[in-house]
Design a protein around this ligand. Structure first.
Ligand SMILES: Nc1ncnc2c1ncn2[C@@H]1O[C@H](COP(=O)(O)OP(=O)(O)OP(=O)(O)O)[C@@H](O)[C@H]1O
Length: 244
């Protein structure tokens, strides 16, 4: 075990309503953690808290053994992470500028940015789109740009909130295949919120099942799926019923 992120006594509320209650949980270095659960279970809220986009109302987070300040993670720490969402939120400029934006913010020299952008466009097979405005991309192309933009900074943890869910099946499979290979050679750690068991089986090494703001079960993906506890089984039942 090599805990990167460690959560202790995490509680989060919207108004008076508790939406997250995680007594203890860790994400290990090198892990590809899937998070599944029904709508409103708290998955995206957990992802926002884990990636320091939001601070929890209660609890402590540590990163590689260092406690993260209660009033928010310092910029240097936040910059170790990157995020790709269901909606790619690309800038109204070229694909190559979109991909290089994180390096620009980190004041990397222009020549170095150009070299790395070329490399990552090549890895995601989007070099032919370099000069195209990101507004005119298809959903699958836009998601490739979004993932390249997230990976180019070589994040210590990559956070993914349903990045494949809006893609048609063949586009999704092709991107997930490419992404799996790129991810495996990167040594990065990931937290991946998904509604799709197929995606989770395809990509993840471990799995947490969230229901009602609580992690009902977690462990190696294959173990959780083979031996779900009562709460996880209830959630996974529909997948089983239709043999997915
Ligand atoms: N900004 C907010 N203000 C108030 N309530 C919120 C806010 N964000 C989320 N919630 C509520 O918190 C609960 C958890 O939401 P969250 O989006 O984390 O769930 P989720 O598991 O990601 O859901 P989904 O699968 O539908 O995306 C939900 O009941 C939601 O309505």
């Amino acid at each position: 075990m090599n805990p990167y992120l460690h959560f202790q006594g995490i509680k989060h509320y919207f108004g008076k309503r508790k939406v997250l209650d995680i007594p203890e949980f860790s994400i290990s270095g090198g892990d590809f953690l899937g998070v599944m659960g029904p709508n409103g279970a708290g998955k995206s809220t957990f992802l926002k808290i884990a990636s320091f986009l939001e601070a929890p109302v209660e609890g402590t987070i540590s990163y590689r053994g260092e406690t993260v300040p209660e009033n928010g993670a310092p910029l240097g720490l936040r910059r170790k992470f990157s995020i790709a969402l269901q909606q790619p939120l690309l800038l109204d400029t070229t694909v190559s500028q979109n991909i290089g934006v994180g390096l620009k913010l980190r004041k990397i020299p222009r020549m170095e940015i150009a070299k790395r952008v070329d490399l990552w466009m090549d890895r995601f097979q989007i070099s032919h789109l370099a000069r195209k405005n990101a507004r005119f991309l298809s959903g699958g192309e836009a998601q490739r740009v979004s993932l390249a933009r997230a990976m180019i900074i070589e994040p210590e943890i990559l956070f993914l909130d349903e990045p494949f869910s809006a893609l048609d099946f063949p586009t999704k499979i092709k991107l997930m295949e490419d992404f799996r290979e790129i991810f495996a050679s990167s040594g990065t750690t990931a937290m991946f919120v998904s509604h799709d068991l197929m995606e989770v089986k395809f990509l993840t090494s471990s799995l947490a099942i969230m229901v009602g703001g609580e992690i009902k079960q977690s462990g190696a993906t294959l173990d959780v799926l083979a031996e779900p506890n009562e709460a996880a089984a209830e959630f996974l039942e529909v997948w089983k019923k239709y043999s997915i």
